[in-house]
Design a protein around this ligand. Structure first.
Ligand SMILES: Nc1ncnc2c1ncn2[C@@H]1O[C@H](COP(=O)(O)OP(=O)(O)O)[C@@H](O)[C@H]1O
Ligand SMILES: [Mg+2]
Length: 257
């Protein structure tokens, strides 16, 4: 029997390419021949994943979570085999209300079960806000894997220990099957000027060992352009450095699931 893989993309820093990673990981998984269907959930009220895929939306994921709207009223088809469960600014208010409920941490897992996600999707990829919010916490309980993009900067790397600690706690209490799929570097300057970047990667490998993936994503202007055109990097600039790097990253990711 098929098993649904749920990947939550997390780093409690902003600007480390969580959104870019979530969109492009989902996009690449959707192109796999063996994939039936992929869902991208936008769990950030800033709605960047939504904006860079389907654009504007009427209904949002918060309304589905609390039962105000049916799943079919909220989900939007973006591309072949690729659905988006969108966010909106109003998601913040919903998140506050959800966080005040007892046993709120199970809400995403339960809603997915009730709506039969197993029969619809092979992969669910979740984009999070840049902090361990209420909603982000619910993804740790629902997910099979955590994927951690990080930028080669001291302040981005320092958040990793925090995430790993949360994963350990969640594993103990709620979700023993939760795994860290990997940590990888985005916005990577491989030129000689960025000796500091490779030192940072080496240092992170020393600290986190095999959790650090081989793949790194180069800094590449096509990433911003693709977002502006609401296209995955593979569609917008298939030969760009970022497309090559994201392809390699997801292939590596697949070997680590
Ligand atoms: N590999 C890259 N090369 C160049 N710019 C990038 C790259 N990855 C992300 N960016 C840019 O960095 C900014 C932050 O990325 P984003 O995915 O929104 O981060 P987060 O979701 O972690 O806040 C965006 O403007 C995005 O276009
Ligand atoms: Mg984001």
């Amino acid at each position: 029997m098929r098993h649904m893989t749920i990947i939550t993309v997390m780093n409690n820093k902003g600007g480390v390419a969580k959104t870019v990673t979530a969109i492009n990981t989902a996009a690449y998984l959707a192109t796999q021949e063996t994939t039936k269907r992929v869902l991208l959930i936008d769990f950030d009220a800033q709605a960047n994943s939504t904006g860079a895929t389907i654009g504007e939306t009427t209904n949002h994921v918060g309304e589905w979570l609390v039962g105000e709207k049916q799943y079919s009223e909220v989900v939007v088809k973006y591309m072949e085999k690729f659905d988006v469960l969108p966010a909106k600014r109003a998601l913040d208010t919903y998140a506050k209300a959800i966080g005040a409920e007892q046993d709120y941490q199970f809400i995403l897992r339960e809603r997915m079960e009730e709506d039969g996600f197993e029969t619809m999707y092979d992969y669910v990829v979740i984009d999070n806000a840049p902090s361990l919010t209420t909603l982000a916490y619910t993804t740790f309980i629902a997910a099979t894997h955590v994927l951690i993009p990080t930028a080669p900067e001291e302040f981005s790397i320092s958040g990793i220990t925090n995430i790993l600690q949360t994963v350990a706690n969640v594993r103990k209490r709620y979700n023993p099957a939760l795994k860290v799929a990997g940590i990888f570097f985005t916005k990577y300057h491989s030129s000689y000027r960025s000796r500091i970047d490779s030192d940072m990667v080496a240092g992170t490998r020393e600290a986190y060992g095999d959790l650090v993936m081989e793949s790194t994503i180069r800094n590449n202007v096509s990433v911003k352009e693709a977002m502006a055109y609401k296209l995955p990097i593979f569609t917008y600039a298939s030969d760009s450095a970022a497309a090559q790097d994201y392809r390699a990253m997801v292939q590596e990711l697949l070997t680590r699931l």
